[in-house]
Design a protein around this ligand. Structure first.
Ligand code: PSU
Ligand code: MN
Length: 316
């Protein structure tokens, strides 16, 4: 299924912003950016489409406008139509996983790109969207001190003033080193209603965070201060998975160990490692991990929309 052209006009920056998103930005309304790698590479069809639509609905119900970001036929799009979302969901892996380093190539070749956290942050900032909701971000991989496999999500957070709401990072990664790296990059890391950095499927990681936030208004104040001071760096708000969906940490850890061994045996490296690990952990832990994943993304969308509304109120 090839993506259809939209009613969005391509602005001077070469980015097509949907009329709804453009109008919301013009009036200083709340807008929430959403990524597309999670749709094309993170979940199977038709669950990916259903989730993408539900996440957009949660954002709307909480007073903000959703702006899913992807590259269609070489044109970066901010805010997708229902038809375009479906095209992404059906095409899945035919859309190239697009991190910051891949953007120029996908655009130059007229390709279709599913944006990761780094690329989505880049486009969100370019059009003036300060808030971005996702499930989990990339991080320092286990053995990253040898492979140097560190997600560009972390360097993007260091240099792009967008606030990312996520359920922390998956424990397929090295969480303590991920937090160290974020500190080096100068990224504000705040945990939502907890003192501990969450590990995606579980609320606990054993790592404490220096900053705890307890309301959307408190988050908005931090974002406002960051902007006023022109710090230039991003903010990560880590929201733990809702208790009723949290999986057993042990079951996840044993699946991760198995998947890591498989990845090593198959010599899977580079940008293929994250999708491989995510897939294998999903298969090894069964349906429940997909359901937990969907539940936490929707919860993040709820929190993100409320933060976007609180921030927009601060600016009024
Ligand atoms: N972690 C998840 N789910 C995801 C990703 C990470 O739990 O879907 C995706 C995001 O798009 C993230 C990207 O930005 O993988 C990171 O990939 P890499 O590790 O290759 O930088
Ligand atoms: Mn990598």
């Amino acid at each position: 299924m090839s993506p259809s052209s939209s009613s969005s006009s391509t602005g001077p920056m070469g980015v097509a912003v949907s009329p709804e998103v453009e109008a919301a930005l013009a009036r200083g309304g709340a807008v929430v950016a959403l990524e597309s790698t999670i749709i094309c590479h993170g979940m199977p069809y038709p669950k990916n489409l259903q989730t993408a639509m539900e996440v957009e609905a949660v954002v709307r119900e909480n007073g903000a406008v959703p702006a899913t970001i992807a590259i269609l036929n070489g044109v970066p799009h901010v805010g997708l139509s229902g038809e375009q979302l479906k095209s992404l969901a059906v095409s899945g892996r035919q859309f190239q996983k697009t991190a910051r380093r891949d953007i120029a190539h996908v655009v130059a070749s007229g390709g279709n790109g599913a944006t990761t956290v780094s690329a989505t942050m880049f486009f969100a900032h370019k059009v003036g969207i300060p808030i971005f909701v996702t499930g989990g971000i990339g991080g320092v991989h286990r053995n990253g001190e040898q492979t140097m496999d560190i997600s560009s999500d972390l360097t993007e957070l260091g240099k792009t003033p967008v606030t990312v709401i996520s359920a922390g990072v998956k424990s397929i990664l090295d969480i303590p080193r991920t937090l160290e790296y974020l500190e080096t990059q100068g990224v504000t890391v705040a945990a939502y209603k907890t003192n501990e950095f969450p590990a995606f499927f579980t609320e606990v990681s054993g790592c404490k965070v220096p900053c705890r936030v307890d309301s959307p208004e408190e988050c908005a104040k931090i974002i406002y201060a960051n902007k006023n001071l022109h710090l230039g760096s991003g903010i990560l708000i880590a929201v733990p998975i809702p208790k009723e969906h949290a999986a057993s940490g042990n079951a996840i850890e044993s699946a991760i160990q198995k998947a890591l061994k498989e990845a090593e045996d198959k010599n899977i490296i580079g940008n293929a490692i994250t999708p491989f690990m995510l897939d294998r952990v999903k298969v090894l832990t069964g349906r429940s991990s997909l359901e937990a994943n969907i539940a936490l993304v929707k919860n993040n969308a709820l929190v993100g929309a409320k933060i976007a509304v609180a921030l927009s109120d601060l600016h009024q």
